[in-house]
Design a protein around this ligand. Sequence first.
Ligand code: G1P
Length: 276
Amino acid sequence: MIKKCLFPAAGYGTRFLPVTKAMPKEMLPILTKPLIQYGVEEAVEAGMDTMAIITGRGKRAIEDHFDISYELESQIKGTSKEPLLNEIRSLIDRCTFTYTRQKTMKGLGDAIYKGEALIGAEPFAVVLADDLCINEDGDGILSQMIKLYKRYRCSIVAIMEVDKDQTHKYGVIDGKEIEDGIYMISNMIEKPDPKEAPTNLAIIGRYILTPEIFKVIKNTKPGKNSELQITDALMNLAKKGMVLAYKFKGRRFDCGSVDGYVEATNYLYNLKGEKL
Ligand code: G1P
């Protein structure tokens, strides 16, 4: 039902300089796979088959990754190395990848708005590849959110509890808990100081959005850091209708920070290392 997943991937990745000087941050490896591949796998697991990627200058490696490499593949054909490409090949076979460039960095809301031509008038998911989400015990985070979408048919953001002194790093929501872990949003603030944060319920990089969001973003003014914030656009949408926040099951690693990146690497190594 939801077939398209949008990946804003135009950011510079300054926290990882110098490695991100000539390489997209979305291509940083966690073990043997780049970060963005984990996001694509999560979307495929949730039934999606079209990956709409918002890129920018210097991001060509992403397109090459989700394409066939004839020379490499003919070199390793029939050798013990061939199975190492099985996972990525099956993604390439199953999915269509579409791209457009965000030419200037004007915020996450603007990046999502740039995706309108790739998405059209249908509900879609958004994955911020920096947020690596893993649920060892069952459905992935996007699958969980799609199940919820089927019941409520409205925009949904994933949330988790954070320490109160960390609210300045996230969009923070407030709302009424209508079911266990599901909130009807009454307020959303982008990166509030702990003093101003209404709760410690932080948005993480998984969204289900209805297509009305494009019109709403267009009518939303720049907010925090003079950037067009998706948090502000979703707050405007929540004033008109229902937007839900969903406390997902599983773990999230902030791979946009060196600490979170190392933590994710160690976690997955302990889980899968011996199979590599
Ligand atoms: C973005 C969003 C923020 C959200 C966060 C999750 O911020 O603007 O609302 O909480 O992603 O990772 P960024 O981390 O890109 O600055």
